[in-house]
Design a protein around this ligand. Structure first.
Ligand code: FAD
Length: 503
């Protein structure tokens, strides 16, 4: 064992969840060590992002200019060939009140580049970032509370870092969560397997949807088609676990065979060539990725991102949940370390908000899969769909843009306040101009709004928007009953009455 160090917080993992947490803790003046097993840049899947990450979390981190200047593919929304209709439909983030105007886009990113930008920014903010530092276990005190971690560096030497909190952001292969008293529960509903690779020379959808993610359903499942650059496209097939046999054996043959069964993607790839060399040359598979832990914190540990939970690739919520939970975790650690409140109060807020976000997306995504089921399909179940009013469509896009919680940290707060004061008439006109969602899409979406949790959230969002239009949404209300609100700088929690008085 080398030198034993003592810091405020150890963050395990250099992905977006870890870098978000570490950066916000360092911004609050804490001594933070961030340990990453790999040497960056490293490959990761999860390339399609939401506006909430780009314009909310990245802004809070202070890294939005780096992201803006990185030249990533601009994503205006999503295109879906979903359900029984052969015609693809589009939604644009611009229809969401939180992300209308200059923030109405996200990016499709090569995660090697995106994650490295966040990690280097973390280091610039004052985090002690150590790569090729693989955490091998935790240190506990006599009560069983986690008080640090052991890690091995590139030479094989062991080190120990003690800390007041350990944040586990080490992704879906984490071995640490049990020390928080948590158990991973796999989803009964989402039991899919993904097979993915990269192509050059794939077609692009017509402008303004050329940077959109295209999700195209076929009988066994669906395919994502993500334009990463003008040349490079990420293509992944998602099938139900019972069809995993279809992706065994020769994986290139399996990928091409499944693509062949999906007319629209097959057409997009007519003149394309599969990348066979370098980091994008490998065909990869992922399974067992839909789960949530029974606890998100405990015994001095906090779980962030995939270490805590993940749902499914459809609607690109992974990085959103990872970075959002990073914000929530950092606020809680900051609030306890400053002595402002008890662990139970601060982390209760963390877990409550995180679970709420997860639950809404879980329910929403389940409905989305349900919608696709048809009699002659073993992947989708049939469901009848009808029309929906415009307000619900706006709410739908707010949700899939990552803005449903109405957290200022997830939007460009100043722009939102301005937009909330715009008349609903102007909003409707703007939506009409930007395309929003077409009528057919509205028909298809309607059943989602009948799902209890989604319905409730939509109503709440509409009510909050209405309050905003009335000019009374200057102080962010508590999201949970009896809960906390973000502090003025967004880096900690505060009791609602304290913020209201200060404001
Ligand atoms: P990660 O990005 O996994 O980062 C964890 C880091 O911890 C890694 O760098 C790892 O090297 C490091 N680490 C692990 N163990 C240790 C250790 N012992 N010591 C030190 N370091 C360690 N999300 C989207 O937003 N959009 C998408 O389009 C999307 N598509 C997906 C498709 C598939 C098939 C799957 C399975 C997921 C997809 N996701 C998508 C989800 C996305 O990949 C994850 O949610 C996201 O990467 C989680 O970020 P994270 O920071 O929690 O973990």
């Amino acid at each position: 064992m080398g030198i034993v160090e003592q810091v405020d917080v150890v963050v395990v993992g250099g992905g977006p969840g870890g870098s978000t947490t570490a950066t916000l803790l360092a911004k609050s003046g804490h001594r933070v060590v961030q340990l990453e097993r790999e040497s960056f840049p490293r490959y990761q899947i999860g390339e399609s992002l939401l506006p909430s990450t780009i314009h909310g979390v990245c802004r809070l981190l202070g890294v939005e200019n780096d992201i803006e200047n990185a030249g990533f593919m601009k994503k205006a929304g999503g295109s879906f060939r979903w359900g029984t209709s052969p015609t693809p439909w589009n939604f644009n983030f611009a229809i969401s009140p939180e992300f209308a105007g200059p923030t109405s886009h996200a990016y499709q990113v090569e995660r090697m580049r995106f994650d490295e930008i966040l990690l280097r920014h973390s280091a610039r903010t004052g985090v002690d970032v150590r790569e090729q530092a693989a955490v091998t276990g935790v240190v506990t005190d006599e009560t069983g509370r986690v008080t640090g971690v052991d890690y091995t560096d590139s030479s094989g030497a062991s080190h120990r870092v003690l800390a007041r909190y350990v944040v586990d952001a080490s992704g879906n292969k984490t071995r640490l969560t049990k020390h928080a008293g948590a158990e991973r529960i796999y989803s009964d509903f989402f039991q899919n397997v993904a097979l993915f690779g990269y192509f050059t020379g794939g077609k692009r959808l017509p402008a303004p949807s050329s940077g959109n993610i295209l999700c195209a359903a076929f009988d066994e499942g669906w395919i994502w088609y993500i334009p990463l650059t003008d040349e490079l496209t990420s293509v992944g097939v998602v099938v139900a676990k019972e069809h995993a046999a279809a992706i065994q054996g020769d994986q290139e043959a399996a990928l091409l065979r499944l693509i062949d069964r999906c007319t629209i993607v097959k057409d997009m790839l007519t003149d394309a060539t599969r990348v066979t060399e370098g980091v994008y040359g490998e065909i990869r598979t992922r399974k067992d990725y839909s789960y949530a832990n029974t606890k998100f914190w405990g015994n001095g540990m906090v779980l962030v991102g995939d270490a805590a939970c993940f749902i499914d690739p459809v609607f690109s919520t992974g990085v959103h949940l990872a970075t959002y939970s990073g914000v929530l975790a950092a606020r809680s650690v900051n609030s306890v370390l400053s002595g402002a409140m008890t662990e139970e109060r601060a982390f209760g807020e963390f877990e409550g908000r995180y679970r709420r976000e997860y639950a809404v997306f879980y329910e929403f995504l389940s409905s989305f899969y349900d919608m696709e089921q048809s009699e002659d399909s073993y992947f989708w179940r049939a469901r009848k769909v009808t029309g929906a009013p415009t307000a619900d469509l706006e709410a739908f896009v707010s949700l899939v843009a990552g803005g449903f919680s109405k957290e200022a940290a997830l939007t460009d707060a100043a722009a939102v306040v301005e937009r909330f004061t715009a008349s609903s008439q102007a909003l409707t006109e703007a939506a009409a101009k930007t395309g929003g969602m077409d009528t057919d899409s509205g028909h298809r979406m309607n059943h989602l709004f009948k799902t209890p949790v989604v319905r409730e959230v939509m109503e709440e969002m509409n009510a909050m928007q209405a309050r905003g239009v009335m000019g009374s949404a200057q102080v962010e209300p508590p999201l949970l009953e009896g809960g906390l609100v973000p502090s003025a700088d967004g880096l900690a929690w505060a009791e609602p009455d304290v913020v209201a008085v200060a404001g």
